[in-house]
Design a protein around this ligand. Structure first.
Ligand code: NAP
Length: 287
C-alpha cells in the first residue's frame, strides 16, 4: 500500500502560495484579503473558520472576520455579502456552512459575486465547470472550483498518478463533492462513472476502476472486494464514530493490497483549506 500524504502535499502547496501572495502583493501594491462570515456560535463551525483564518494569515493574506448573531435574517446576511462584494480589499468571501436553524443558504450563496466565490459553490461557477473542455481551460481561466474536489485533483497530480484514459468511479453525487469531482476527472480525460445509493452492482463497477473516489459518508463502507489490485483510492469520507474519525474505506481491510490510498485523517482533508487559499489567490489575480 502506498499512502498519499495529503498533509505533506498541502504544506508544499501552501509554501508555493505564500511566495505567490508576496509577489502579487508587491506587483499590485495591496495584500489580498479573505472575508469570512460565521452566523451563530456553532462550536464545530467556529473551529473550521478559525483554521481557515489562521491558514490565510500564514500565507500572508489579510483576513476580515464577520460574526453575525445566531438569529440573523437572510436579508441581514445578504446585506453583509453585498457590502463585501463592493469592498476592494476583499478578494474572496467565505460563508461558513451550514447556516444555523436549518436556514437554506442558496440565496446567500447566489448573492456572493462569482468572482469572489472562493468556495466555488455559486451556480455560475458550478455551471461553468460543466462547460469546460479541458483541465488546461480550468487553469488558464483561473476558474473557482469547489475546494475538496479541486484538492483531489491536486493530490493525484502531485503524487504523479495519471488520470488520462483511466477508468474512474466516483461514489456520491453531491453538489459539494461528487458532481464537481466527476467534472474535474472528465476534464482530465478520465472515463468517469458516477455511482450513488441507487446504483446496482456497485462492487462490479468499482472493481473495474483504476481510480475510485469515495464520497459517501459511511464509515468503512468500501472493503477490499470493491477494489482492484493496483488501483488508486481517494477516501473523501469523514465519519465520526465513538469520537474517532473514519473514512468511507475500511482501511484495515485494504491495508495489505497493492494500492495507492489517501488516509483519513491526513489525506483529502488538509487539501480542502489549501484549495480555499488557492481560490482566494486566483480570485485576487483575476481582479
Ligand atoms: P452527501 O451530500 O451526503 O452525499 C453522499 C452521497 O453518497 C450521495 O450521493 C448518496 O447517494 C451516496 N451514497 C449514500 N449511500 C450510498 C451507498 N450505499 N452506495 C452508494 N452511494 C451511496 O455527502 P457529501 O457532502 O458529498 O460528503 C460525502 C462525505 O465526504 C462525507 O463523509 C463528508 O463528511 C465528507 N466530506 C469531506 C470533506 C473533506 O474535506 N475531506 C469535504 C466535504 C465532504 P444519493 O444521492 O443516491 O443519496
Amino acid at each position: 500500500m502506498n499512502i498519499i500524504n495529503g498533509k505533506e502535499i498541502s504544506q508544499k502547496i501552501r509554501l508555493e502560495l505564500k511566495e505567490k501572495v508576496a509577489l502579487l502583493s508587491k506587483q499590485k501594491g495591496r495584500i489580498p484579503g479573505l472575508a469570512t462570515i460565521l452566523v451563530g456560535e456553532d462550536p464545530a463551525s467556529k473551529v473550521y473558520i478559525g483554521s481557515k483564518i489562521k491558514a490565510c494569515q500564514e500565507i500572508g493574506m489579510k483576513s476580515f472576520h464577520h460574526g453575525l448573531p445566531v438569529n440573523s435574517t437572510q436579508e441581514e446576511i445578504i446585506s453583509l455579502i453585498k457590502k463585501l462584494n463592493e469592498d476592494e480589499n476583499v478578494c474572496g468571501i467565505l460563508l461558513q456552512l451550514p447556516l444555523p436553524n436549518g436556514q437554506n443558504p442558496d440565496k446567500c450563496i447566489e448573492t456572493i459575486s462569482p468572482s469572489k466565490d472562493v468556495d466555488g459553490l455559486h451556480p455560475y461557477n458550478a455551471g461553468m465547470l460543466t462547460l469546460v473542455k479541458s483541465w488546461k481551460e480550468i487553469v488558464d481561466k483561473k476558474m473557482l472550483v469547489s475546494c475538496t474536489p479541486m484538492g483531489i485533483i491536486y493530490l493525484l497530480k502531485y503524487s504523479g498518478i495519471d488520470i488520462k484514459g483511466k477508468n474512474a468511479v466516483v461514489i456520491g453525487r453531491s453538489n459539494l463533492v461528487g458532481k464537481p469531482i466527476s467534472m474535474l476527472m472528465l476534464a482530465n480525460d478520465a472515463t468517469v462513472t458516477m455511482a450513488h445509493s441507487k446504483t446496482g452492482n456497485l462492487k462490479q463497477i468499482t472493481k473495474q476502476a483504476d481510480i475510485v473516489i469515495a464520497a459517501i459518508g459511511k464509515a468503512k463502507f468500501l472493503t477490499k472486494d470493491f477494489i482492484k489490485d493496483g488501483a488508486t483510492v481517494i477516501d473523501v469520507g469523514i465519519n465520526r464514530v465513538d469520537k474517532k474519525l473514519y473514512g468511507d474505506v475500511d482501511f484495515e481491510d485494504v491495508k495489505d493490497m497493492n494500492i495507492n490510498i489517501t488516509p483519513v485523517p491526513g489525506g483529502v482533508g488538509p487539501m480542502t483549506i489549501t484549495m480555499l487559499l488557492n481560490n482566494a489567490v486566483l480570485a485576487f489575480e483575476r481582479q
